[in-house]
Design a protein around this ligand. Structure first.
Ligand SMILES: NC(=O)C[C@H](N)C(=O)O
Length: 353
C-alpha cells in the first residue's frame, strides 16, 4: 500500500518476528520461600544456606524465557524455610489464597513455590481442600539460587508450563520437581539432598516434563479437589484439632502416646513397624487414648506398601491408614475430624483419599 508505507512495514515486521501469536496462559505464582528462594555465601554452599530470602520477582528474573510461555503475576504469601517454620495456619492461609486466585476466570493455573521439607504435606492439604479443576502445581529446589547448577530456575520453568497446560486440568494438586510430575496423593520426599528428591517408588509419577511439554501417563485414582468432601471456604485454622505422629521402634513403650494425649491431641497417627505393628507395651496406651475420645490411626514407618485392615482394628476402634504415610495421614485426620469422630466413618474417608 503506497499511501501507508509505514503501517505496511509495521505489519510485515510483526508478522515476521511473531508469525503465529499464541494466547499465553495467565499463571499466578504464590511464593512461600524454601530453598528455591534461598541463598548461600558461596556458589559451592549446598547445605547450611538460608532458605526463603528471594522475592517472587527475583525468582522470575532467574528464568530466561518464562515470560514467553505465560503471563505471570506474583504474590508473596510467606518467605520461610518449610522445614523449620511451616504451620497448619499457613496451609489454611495458602489454600484460601489459591482458591481466590483460581476463582478469577482470567487465571488459568497456580504455581506455588515452596520449601521441599514439608511440600508433600502442603500439597496434600491443598489437594483435599481447594475446589478447582485448574492446575495447581507446587515447585521447589534442592540447591539454593546461588549454587552451581541450581535446580530452581528449570524447576520453576517446568512448573509454569505445567500449570498453563490443558492436559494438567483435573489431575489434582501436583508436585513438579526434576522433570517429573507427581500427584499430591502419592508423592513424598525420598532424598535429603539430591535434586531428584520426590517420588513414589512403587506407584510412580503422573508423567514427565521434557522440552517444555508435559507428558501424562497416569491419573490419580484417589479423591481430590473438585470431588473432595473438604472445602477451604468452610475451614479456619481454629477448626483444626491437634493430631500427633508417634514413631515406633524396637523396645517401644507408651510414653510418647501418653505425652500426645497429655498435650491435648484429638488424633494420633501411630507410625508402626511393618504392616502397622504396635508394640505390646504401647498398645495399652493407645487403647486408653481411644477411651478418652482420641482417634488412633494405625500407619507405618515403612515407606512403601499399605497398612491393611485387621479384625483387631475393629475391636480397638483403630483406623488403618491404607497407603498414605504418617505425615499425609496427619493432614487427612485433621480434616476428617472437622466432620466426624466416629472411627467407622473415619475409616471410610481413609479408604477414599
Ligand atoms: N530444599 C528445601 O527447600 C529445604 C528447605 N529446608 C525447606 O523446606 O524450606
Amino acid at each position: 500500500d503506497v499511501s501507508h508505507p509505514v503501517e505496511a512495514k509495521q505489519i510485515i515486521t510483526s508478522n515476521t518476528t511473531n508469525p503465529v501469536k499464541k494466547k499465553l496462559p495467565n499463571i499466578k505464582i504464590l511464593a512461600t520461600g524454601g530453598t528455591i528462594a534461598g541463598t548461600g555465601s558461596t556458589s559451592t554452599q549446598t547445605t547450611g544456606y538460608q532458605a526463603g530470602v528471594l522475592t517472587p520477582d527475583q525468582l522470575i528474573e532467574a528464568v530466561p524465557g518464562l515470560k514467553d510461555v505465560a503471563n505471570i503475576s506474583t504474590e508473596q504469601v510467606a518467605n520461610i524455610d518449610s522445614g523449620t517454620s511451616n504451620t497448619d495456619a499457613l496451609m489454611v492461609k495458602l489454600a484460601k489464597e489459591v482458591h481466590k486466585a483460581l476463582d478469577d476466570p482470567e487465571c488459568d493455573g497456580v504455581v506455588i513455590t515452596h520449601g521441599t521439607d514439608t511440600m508433600e504435606e502442603t500439597a496434600y492439604f491443598l489437594n483435599l481442600t481447594v475446589h478447582s479443576d485448574k492446575p495447581i502445581v507446587l515447585v521447589g529446589a534442592m540447591r539454593p539460587s546461588t549454587s552451581l547448577s541450581a535446580d530452581g530456575p528449570l524447576n520453576l520453568y517446568n512448573a509454569v508450563i505445567l500449570a498453563g497446560s490443558k492436559e494438567a486440568r483435573d489431575k489434582g494438586v501436583m508436585i513438579s520437581m526434576n522433570g517429573k510430575i507427581g500427584s499430591a496423593s502419592y508423592t513424598f520426599k525420598t532424598n535429603t539432598t539430591d535434586v531428584d528428591a520426590f517420588d513414589n517408588p512403587e506407584l510412580g509419577s503422573l508423567g514427565y516434563i521434557q522440552g517444555g511439554k508435559p507428558y501424562f501417563y497416569n491419573v490419580p485414582t484417589k479423591k481430590h479437589t473438585t470431588e473432595s468432601d473438604f472445602d477451604i471456604r468452610k475451614i479456619t485454622e481454629d477448626n483444626l484439632h491437634r493430631v500427633d505422629i508417634v514413631y515406633s521402634h524396637a523396645d517401644d513403650d507408651r510414653v510418647m502416646v501418653d505425652a500426645a494425649v497429655a498435650a491435648g491431641a484429638k488424633g494420633i497417627i501411630h507410625a508402626g513397624t511393618g504392616n502397622g505393628s504396635i508394640n505390646e507395651k504401647t498398645l495399652p496406651g493407645l487403647q486408653d487414648a481411644v477411651k478418652k475420645g482420641v482417634v488412633v490411626v494405625r500407619d507405618t514407618r515403612v515407606p512403601e506398601g499399605m497398612v491393611t485392615h485387621e479384625q483387631t482394628d475393629e475391636d480397638n476402634h483403630f483406623v488403618n491408614s491404607g497407603n498414605i504415610n504418617p505425615q499425609k495421614a496427619r493432614i487427612l485426620l485433621m480434616l476428617v475430624l472437622t466432620k466426624t469422630e466416629d472411627p467407622n466413618k473415619i475409616q471410610e474417608y481413609f479408604n477414599e483419599y
